[in-house]
Ligand binder design. Structure first.
Ligand code: FMN
Length: 371
């Protein structure tokens, strides 16, 4: 069955965050495409309890968007073929943006599109084996300012027939620092215009009006939102307001924030059990309660909760009725560190062709963990 994907608003895949419970919260708030945590094609084929968790979707989740990462066209082809044949997802997103050292130093992640031949084979392997399933590509601008890949990689993806190209407008060396270069999104949009392939912009959308600004400045067809929704799944409701031209609903006060946080914890516990669920919710409390007066004992307690009962007791100690501060809400959150030298395999930059280096690349798929 063909899935029609609306490129307007997409939840950026985030390892350790965009699991089934978080996607549900986002989905309930707004409308869009909510992408899973990344899974490597090799891990998919090998199968494990962890893999099963990563590829699980809610029964009413539609479209079921799965992000895959692979450095091996054969492995990717088999994976996509199984996903299609067994009806495991409605959409496949390919990740070519990981800046993490242990991945780039083997030639994977954001280093991979430098090798145009291998990159093209990967995209083609996915599109060919996906049948009617839409395949999309997510990438960074390149390795660093002197080694940009996004224009070539975008064009190759468009020629291969992807449904959209999403650009995180930073290089791997920028990591999460500085500002995303929205002009690069505009350049890619212009470059892909002859193919009619939609371009989605990603990077530094903290509020719904940032999304409107990005679209106005770049002409992009949609936005991909990552860190801005950490502790703020209702951002997707605000994005829906902005798209519909309605007044944007305000950020909730502390009482509603606490209710959403509590529901997030409950969904995690329902999905993974109380032990893992409580461990998972620990990473979210600082984002949810950013800018509110919450005593240090309560904050510390939320950072080590082990049961829903403990959460309830701690939430009861938060002073009710506090309003959100729009400036705090709009400030960057999550990873913001930047500027690093990208570690690559020896001689990686000397040729744009992968040549005989495919074997050493296989190691780049082990332990890859996101974005
Ligand atoms: C904790 C975290 C995990 C991430 N994991 C992934 C991932 O698995 N796959 C991916 O393509 N990008 C990943 N990313 C990158 C985001 O999808 C997104 O491109 C990036 O955060 C920039 O968008 P933003 O400025 O809206 O946050 C991750 C980012 C963060 C902060």
């Amino acid at each position: 069955m063909t899935t029609t994907l609306d490129p307007g608003v997409v939840l950026a895949p985030m390892a350790g965050i965009t699991n089934r419970p978080f996607r549900r919260l986002c989905r309930e708030a707004g409308a869009g495409v909510y992408v899973s945590e990344m899974i490597t094609a090799r891990a998919f084929l090998e199968g494990s309890e962890r893999t099963d968790r990563l590829i699980a979707f809610d029964e009413d989740e539609t479209p079921r968007s799965m992000q895959l990462y692979s450095v091996d066209p054969g492995v990717l082809a088999r994976t996509v073929e199984i996903i299609r044949a067994d009806d495991l997802a409605d959409h496949i997103d390919l990740n070519f943006g990981c800046p993490v050292r242990k991945v780039t130093r083997k030639g994977g992640g954001a280093a991979l599109p430098w090798k145009l031949d291998l990159y093209a084979e990967l995209v083609e392997a996915a599109v060919t084996n996906a049948g009617e399933l839409p395949v999309t590509v997510k990438m960074r601008m390149g390795i660093d300012g002197d080694h940009l890949t996004y224009v070539d990689a975008g064009e190759i993806a468009a020629r291969a027939g992807v449904t959209w190209v999403a650009l995180h407008a930073r290089t791997a060396s920028q990591y999460y620092g500085g500002h995303a270069d929205w002009d690069a999104i505009a350049r890619l949009k212009d470059h892909l215009a002859p193919y009619g392939t939609p371009v989605l912009g990603n990077g530094d959308i903290w509020t719904a009006s940032d999304a409107t600004d990005m679209q106005a400045r770049t002409g992009c067809d949609g936005v991909v939102v990552g860190r801005g929704c950490l502790g703020r799944p209702w951002l997707f409701g605000q994005l829906a307001d902005a798209r519909a031209g309605r007044p944007i609903r305000p950020d909730p006060g502390v009482d509603e924030v606490a209710r959403t946080y509590r529901r997030h914890a409950q969904l995690l516990v329902d999905a993974f059990g109380e032990h893992i669920g409580c461990r998972e919710i620990r990473k979210h409390h600082a984002w949810y309660f950013k800018g509110f007066r919450v005593g240090s004992e309560v904050r510390q307690g939320l950072g080590r909760v082990a049961s829903l009962a403990e959460i309830d007791a701690l939430l009861a100690r938060i002073e009710p009725g506090q309003q959100a501060d729009p400036q705090v809400v709009a400030a960057p959150r999550g990873r913001t560190n930047g500027d690093r030298t990208v570690t690559l395999p020896d001689g990686w930059l000397s040729s744009r062709s992968v040549g005989l280096r495919r074997q050493e690349l296989a190691a780049a798929e082990i332990d890859a963990s996101g974005g």
